[in-house]
Design a protein around this ligand. Structure first.
Ligand SMILES: C[S@@+](CC[C@H](N)C(=O)[O-])C[C@H]1O[C@@H](n2cnc3c(N)ncnc32)[C@H](O)[C@@H]1O
Length: 361
């Protein structure tokens, strides 16, 4: 099937199926690398359609593996496709695709976490941030651990308009574990609303395109997969440095089942906690008894703006680290009562919540 709606001018010649490529090159999926392959080209076509119009586009595919999505991208009539693959075993199979699509495919054996995307394509593709997105796209079905790490890195790049966003508002189409895809797109008040929802949505228009059942992959992962499309916003909904937004959002969601004042409080050293928390929530006009998931992005914006003001008034505030304070308190207690060390109830609760939030990023 060609990409629907587009009259693609390029079609790959008949090639061995992805399943045959996997057998031919003995590409057994490595469990410790969380490799799961998509062999059904109708599905890979569907993912690629969600990236938008790719005719004459410059595309970076992350983690092509045996090349299912790679074929669909080439068939969409792109000008250039650059693939970054970490596992050398896939390079020979990808070279077959290179021969079938001369001049279109560039294979990089490397790690996307360190690859310099800003050098991948010609500078002439750059567009103003305020213009339509450039004809540059990133597509990938990566292991979940990598894609979550990567999206946080790339969101920071959106904020600073560097890395893949040197070209302008480069669009991303990436897969995530279904639950992460739901968090990325969760709206105010929903159960899945989390730190990731705010960080993604204040910077991008984020769309949960569709879910791929785990059974569509070989080998079958334990979970289903969500395909998510990101288009950076012209104007971020919060105009503060990424690290400041990250700190406020992370703190608020630290105690996700409690009222939001609990999370806001940990932005401040113990000595001035109560007073500053009250002041911050009042100035930001945020009801302290809302749960973190009930806060809208404009409310996070107010919190970030007020916190920025407080940091300007007190220059050491931004470097304050609640966990560090907690760790030092624990160490002092430990040394005071080595024989029987009992955590106070509230600290235990805080520790549990901190751990719980770490798990549910
Ligand atoms: C889940 S498999 C998907 C393969 C293929 N795209 C598909 O859909 O069938 C993930 C692929 O990403 C590659 N990969 C994992 N970590 C990577 C990294 N840091 N940089 C580049 N590729 C990576 C793996 O080797 C593997 O080929």
């Amino acid at each position: 099937m060609a990409v629907s709606g587009n009259v693609a001018t390029f079609r790959l010649p008949t090639l061995p199926t992805i399943g045959e490529i996997v057998k031919l090159f003995n590409l057994r999926a490595e469990k410790q690398l969380s490799q799961n392959f998509l062999l059904d080209l109708r599905l890979t076509d569907k993912i690629v359609r969600k990236a938008g119009m790719l005719r004459d586009a410059y595309v970076l595919e992350v983690g092509p593996g045996p090349g299912g999505i790679t074929r669909s991208i080439l068939n969409a009539g792109v000008a250039k496709l650059l693939v970054v693959e970490k596992d050398t075993r896939f390079i020979a199979g990808l070279k077959m695709l290179d021969e079938a699509a001369p001049g279109k495919l560039q294979i990089v054996h490397g790690d996307i976490l360190t690859y310099k995307v800003e050098r991948a394509f010609p500078k002439s593709l750059q567009k103003n941030w305020e213009s339509d997105p450039p004809n540059v796209h990133i597509i990938g079905n990566l292991p979940f651990s990598v894609s979550t790490h990567l999206i946080i890195k790339w969101l920071e790049n959106v904020a600073s308009r560097d890395g893949p966003f040197t070209y302008g508002r480069t669009q991303l189409t990436l897969t995530f574990q279904k639950e992460v895809a739901e968090r990325l797109t969760a709206s105010t008040g929903s159960r899945q609303r989390s730190r990731l929802s705010i960080m993604a949505q204040y910077l991008c228009n984020v769309q949960n395109c569709f879910t791929i059942p785990g059974r569509a992959f070989v080998p079958k992962p334990e979970v289903d997969v969500g395909v998510v499309h990101f288009t950076p916003l012209i104007n971020p909904q919060i105009e503060q440095p990424f690290k400041l937004v990250e700190k406020v959002v992370q703190s608020v969601f630290q105690f996700r089942r409690k009222y939001c004042h609990r999370g806001v409080a940990i932005l401040f050293p113990e000595a001035e906690r109560l007073q500053n928390t009250e002041q911050m929530l009042m100035r930001a006009d945020v009801d302290p008894t809302l749960r973190p998931s009930e806060l809208s992005i404009p409310q996070f914006k107010s919190l970030c703006d007020v916190y920025r003001g407080l940091c300007e008034e007190s220059p050491t505030l931004f470097s304050y680290n609640f966990r560090e304070e907690l760790r030092q308190k624990k160490m002092m207690k430990k040394s005071r009562s080595r024989a029987c060390f009992i955590l106070e109830e509230e600290e235990e609760e805080e520790e549990e919540d901190v751990e719980e939030e770490d798990k549910s990023l």
